[in-house]
Design a protein around this ligand. Sequence first.
Ligand SMILES: Cc1cc2nc3c(=O)[nH]c(=O)nc-3n(C[C@H](O)[C@H](O)[C@H](O)COP(=O)(O)OP(=O)(O)OC[C@H]3O[C@@H](n4cnc5c(N)ncnc54)[C@H](O)[C@@H]3O)c2cc1C
Length: 292
Amino acid sequence: MRETASPVLAERTSIRLGGKAIAELYLESENDVFLLAERRKQLGGRLFFLGAGTNILAAEGDLPVILVRYAVAGEPEIVADDGRTVYVRAGAAVPLPRLLRFCAARGLSGLEGLVGIPGSVGGAVAMNAGSFGCEVGPHLASVRYLDGSHIRDAAGARLSFGYRHMRMPDGVADYLVLSGTFSLTRKAKDDISLLMRHNFFEKKSKQPVTAWSAGCVYKNPAPDRSAGKLLDAAGFRGKSLGGMMFSPLHANFLVNTGKGSAAAAFDLMRMAEEEVKRRFAITLEPEVRILS
Ligand SMILES: Cc1cc2nc3c(=O)[nH]c(=O)nc-3n(C[C@H](O)[C@H](O)[C@H](O)COP(=O)(O)OP(=O)(O)OC[C@H]3O[C@@H](n4cnc5c(N)ncnc54)[C@H](O)[C@@H]3O)c2cc1C
């Protein structure tokens, strides 16, 4: 296990905000997970499992958390093929775009809707990431994870998925994903590439994909009520404060324009939530994971 003292969240998150954690622990082998509990006791603070940091809004200052990263590298691999379904296993640290490229190159279909979502496989599983009507959950054949001090494997049918969250069997909500095995079907490579390209350009034209953000800041309150439209109608599209701004391209993206701060992000969010509540009697719920 490798360790860094006082890691800065602003350097580890796509929105580039956040103060210092106590330490960052890199698990370099599956066996390293068994060292976690002892090291946590020595360091004090709670563990926070960090993927690629693309869905995190961290507060400033000294945070009482120990960042844990499962850093076991490796390529996705086909682990079974029963003629109808192909099973691909990918480690939690594998970037999601790399998994999608692996699938596209082999004519494996199912995850095309996830194109353009940054982050790691572990983060996508934990968040049940999704877009274009496609979510990770239905394609997960199994997950390997750490639950307390036990490594477990759970079949997909035993997992419960919701809007941007996943629970392990028996309602376990605090787990570290080590790998996921995805069930996919065979399809013409050209069809997969075409759909991925289409989804990617669609996303790029509607979302500020290269700006410093953590993706959509709020969950959509209902399938027919998008948070972006509510924020827009409440006058928050393009609204800025202290270097933070609700994107003019997509109001549900809170963007750090360069000199933003977490304090300004929280202030702007509070203002938006109050206005949406006042105008529409709807309580917006953050989709980003707030780390404080
Ligand atoms: C430009 C942009 C576009 C985006 N578009 C989308 C989109 O269309 N759809 C969508 O769903 N999301 C989207 N996101 C959000 C984000 O990319 C996804 O939620 C992604 O799956 C998060 O992965 P990550 O590795 O960055 O996780 P992190 O941001 O590091 O963590 C997110 C959460 O997952 C947990 N987590 C991470 N890794 C693990 C692990 N190994 N074990 C257990 N828990 C873990 C963390 O504790 C945290 O609670 C977007 C983000 C950006 C910046």
